[in-house]
Write a protein that binds this ligand. Structure first.
Ligand code: ATP
Ligand code: MG
Length: 369
């Protein structure tokens, strides 16, 4: 797929800027705080309706304005699409495709696919499990847009159940607790099972691809393993069995939940384990080695999305290329060739291989222009 144009209106520090992409690789160069990452964030929002910076909509809308708009023209094998996302300070969003507004977000989500790689992704190795869950969920949204809806349902039930537990902790009224809680338990198990099964399937597909990339970049003495460690024990990926295991664990933890007033069981407590030669990657190796790991994950994401959606997604490289040594830069370059349209940000062109510079469109970014 190929992003032809992007138009940002009152988005972050962009007042009204249209950009045309004229090559498979575009390098956005500029000093700090000029709007390079903001532009990539806009593309990411069109692809996932999420921002990896976890920005709220009121931060995305330009200061002093009420709404922001991101428009794009995208060419796919199936034809050309116009995408439009409107963000409001009050958090209400609307999306449109080819001028027609779309009611369900999941009908918008499958149109543009993109993999983002920024220095924040290094937290995938170093940070806590929440970041890894978010990463996997964002990937799943692109593999199966319906997952956005499934996740929303699960989070909704989780919030309600937590509110219910909290009320009971506060009032210490245990009499009606069991029967009312049973209703929430059933819903938590049903929606949670959908989340768990999809996460499991995604990791099973992604893990071998990432290991192969990792072996090829690091020289194959280091073996990367990615394990899905669900909070609910998962013997096999069968819906009834997962659901039963879910309900059984809820019962086990019932007393602890009542004391703590919060839900202790479910995929909001999943872990995705990254190990190298059976050692947790967090404790392992230099920053460069951790970067290699994340690079392998990102290349695996690209490849998996391409396999599933049958078209190469975009690659958004935010300030990471200069941090890779020359051999890893070249490996990345070989992997993407001109197959994946790539937007790259940097503060200085000096760190680029001349091969990159020659084949790229170069855009200078200054104060939102
Ligand atoms: P760096 O090289 O440091 O990563 P960058 O070019 O990627 O810089 P961005 O993060 O894209 O920088 O842009 C940051 C700029 O955008 C800052 O000047 C910030 O004040 C401005 N900015 C962010 N949000 C808004 C907003 N809602 N309204 C106006 N300006 C904003
Ligand atoms: Mg930046």
């Amino acid at each position: 797929m190929y992003l032809k144009t992007l138009n940002l209106r009152q988005f972050r520090n962009y007042q009204d800027q249209k950009v045309e992409f004229t090559a498979a690789k575009t390098i956005l160069v500029g000093n700090n705080a000029q709007g390079k990452s903001n532009l990539l964030e806009a593309v990411e929002l069109l692809a996932t309706l999420r921002s990896h910076r976890m920005a709220r909509d009121r931060d995305l809308v330009q200061e002093g304005e009420a709404i922001a708009q991101i428009n794009a023209t995208l060419e796919r094998q199936t034809g050309v699409s116009d995408l439009s996302l409107t963000l409001r300070r009050n958090g209400r969003r609307s999306v449109a495709l080819n001028g027609e507004s779309i009611r369900r977000q999941m009908d918008f989500l499958g149109v543009l696919n993109a993999v983002q790689f920024s220095s924040l992704d290094l937290d995938l190795v170093r940070g806590g499990p929440e970041g890894r869950r978010n990463w996997l969920d964002t990937l799943l949204i692109q593999l199966e847009p319906v997952y956005a809806h499934i996740l929303q349902q699960y989070n909704h039930v989780l919030r309600q159940r937590n509110a219910f537990l909290k009320r009971h902790v506060e009032t210490l009224d245990a009499t009606s607790l069991h029967s009312e809680l049973a209703v929430w338990d059933a819903q938590l198990a049903t929606t949670g099972t959908r989340v768990i099964r999809r996460r499991d399937r995604a990791i099973q597909r992604l893990a071998p691809i990432a290991s192969a990339w990792h072996a090829s970049i690091s020289g194959s003495t280091e073996i990367l393993q990615i394990n899905y460690v669900p909070n609910i024990p998962l013997e096999d990926n069968h819906p009834e069995e997962v659901q039963q295991a879910f309900l059984a664990k809820i019962q086990q933890r019932a007393i602890a939940e009542m004391h703590q007033g919060t839900t202790l069981v479910g995929p909001h407590r999943d872990e995705i384990e990254l190990t190298i030669n059976q050692t947790p990657a967090r404790q392992y190796g230099s920053q460069g080695q951790q970067r290699t790991l994340v690079l392998a994950l990102k290349l695996a994401e690209l490849q998996l999305i391409e396999e599933v959606v049958k078209e190469p997604p975009l690659l958004l490289l935010d300030d990471v290329l200069a941090e890779l040594d020359l051999s890893r830069q070249n490996q990345l370059l070989d992997a993407i060739q001109d197959r994946f349209q790539t937007l790259i940000t940097t503060t200085h062109l000096g760190s680029f291989d001349s091969q990159w510079l020659k084949s790229s469109q170069i855009l200078f970014v200054k104060a939102g222009e």
